[in-house]
Design a protein around this ligand. Structure first.
Ligand SMILES: [Zn+2]
Ligand SMILES: [Zn+2]
Length: 161
């Protein structure tokens, strides 16, 4: 996988697992970047720096490198900082482009094509009303029937009357 593709797939995993709000991404991004072969292997560091949009400047890198660090350490830290920012950017872009949504019923963050015709709900969390066949959540507030006999608000009223 190319560096760019890998950044994108890491970002998708993070959004899927941690949701659409960026205040819950920080640890996951640090961990993913830290453990990535792009950073672990010196030989891959150069490829990160060749392909990043976020090359850090000298000062930033110098602050982070341990005392007695050699040029490889500098390159590794530079690659780390660059990749971390690339993943942040990719995550934000995913949210901006609305590629994912969080289902109001199961609270899981899923890809846009898993969204049902009932806005805000994933396909796994909706069921047609027994009366009018309109989609309603499987259970909870807007399902006025039972799990076996789901009813929307209107059909529930008719049922009583
Ligand atoms: Zn759902
Ligand atoms: Zn109905």
């Amino acid at each position: 996988m190319s560096y760019r593709d890998d950044v994108q797939s890491i970002a998708e995993d993070i959004v899927r697992e941690h949701g659409l709000k960026d205040d819950s991404w920080h640890d996951a991004i640090s961990e993913s970047v830290d453990g990535s072969s792009w950073i672990i292997y010196y030989s891959h560091n150069e490829e990160v720096l060749d392909n990043t949009d976020n090359e850090p400047d000298n000062k930033e890198v110098a602050c982070m490198v341990k005392e007695n660090g050699n040029w490889r350490d500098f390159r590794q830290v530079a690659a780390y900082m660059a990749m971390e920012r690339d993943v942040w950017e990719a995550c934000r872009k995913i949210v901006e482009n609305e590629e994912f949504f969080t289902c109001e019923h199961c609270d899981e963050t899923k890809e846009e094509d898993e969204q049902s015709d009932l806005e805000g709900y994933c396909k796994a969390c909706v069921i047609p009303c027994e009366g009018c066949k309109e989609l309603i959540p499987k259970s909870g507030m807007d399902n006025y029937g039972t799990e076996e006999h789901p009813l929307c608000k209107d059909c529930d009223k008719e049922d009583e009357g």
